[in-house]
Design a protein around this ligand. Structure first.
Ligand code: F6R
Length: 243
């Protein structure tokens, strides 16, 4: 695992976007999986910008959404679906053949998980993941205690995740379950970029990077990933040991 520190969240986001563009130039058939939430939003904006301004061929790109809130309508502006629709799918006019997002309203969520697993397998795994980190160290909706080899599953969310999740919604009720790609797929991914910004993320970044590796703190899995990068602005890096 490598830690890359930046003077600003903008520089951090531009770096992540540039990495994806470079990978796309090397491999036209790139499978990209991204978290929604606040952390990767700017990177996604810059990814679209670089692709459009530099006329990058993305006809072989396949995009996968990392997770979704269970039972939340896709049209809710707090849904991951809604974010990706507006951040990426619409701006790039991605056809349905080039992306797959969880349906959090599916009648059979187990089938929804299997389907995602099949889609990942059909693409020979995920090439690049861009993820955030939750206030309990979660990645996607892999909450503390999730075994590192877990595939797609439906997660019961911890109170802190539900509580922090209020920031995405206008309604007061936040879903207490999430459907997510598991840490087993992350382990197999070609490269993982975790992006974090702000002082409120400093403690969880310290634990992810310098703490003990274990399921009690899911993001610690990155320490043992073959190709993981933690991208942080100064504030999020604030508690890390000096280099
Ligand atoms: C969202 C997701 C979550 C977030 C995490 C951080 O799709 O996968 O794990 O990445 O909760 O959220 P933000 O970036 O809003 O601080």
């Amino acid at each position: 695992m490598q830690v890359n520190r930046f003077n600003s969240h903008l520089l951090c986001s531009q770096f992540a976007a540039r990495e994806i563009v470079q990978a796309l130039k090397k491999n036209k058939y790139l499978t990209l999986c991204m978290a929604s939430g606040h952390s990767p939003a700017l990177a996604c904006e810059w990814l679209v910008r670089y692709i459009q301004e530099e006329n990058i061929d993305y006809s072989g790109l396949f995009f996968i959404g990392l997770d979704e809130w269970v039972a939340l309508p896709a049209a809710n502006p707090g849904s991951c679906y809604y974010s990706f629709l507006h951040w990426l799918i619409k701006p790039l006019q991605l056809p349905e053949t080039q992306y797959h997002l969880f349906n959090g309203e599916a009648d059979n969520l187990e089938e929804e998980c299997l389907r995602m697993g099949e889609i990942i397998a059909a693409h020979n795994g995920i090439d690049i993941m861009l993820v955030g980190i939750g206030m309990n160290g979660h990645i996607g909706f892999n909450e503390p205690g999730t075994p590192f080899n877990t595939l797609c599953f439906v997660a019961e969310l911890e109170a802190v995740t539900v509580d922090v999740g209020k920031k995405y919604f206008t309604q007061t009720e936040v879903p207490n379950r999430g459907i997510t790609i598991g840490l087993g797929h992350l382990t197999e991914a070609g490269a993982v970029y975790l992006i974090a910004n702000g002082e409120h993320k400093a403690a969880v970044i310290k634990q992810a990077v310098e703490g003990e590796v274990g399921t009690g703190f899911p993001a610690s899995i990155l320490q043992q990933h073959k190709n993981a990068f933690v991208l942080v602005d100064e504030a999020a890096a604030g508690l890390l040991k000096k280099e």
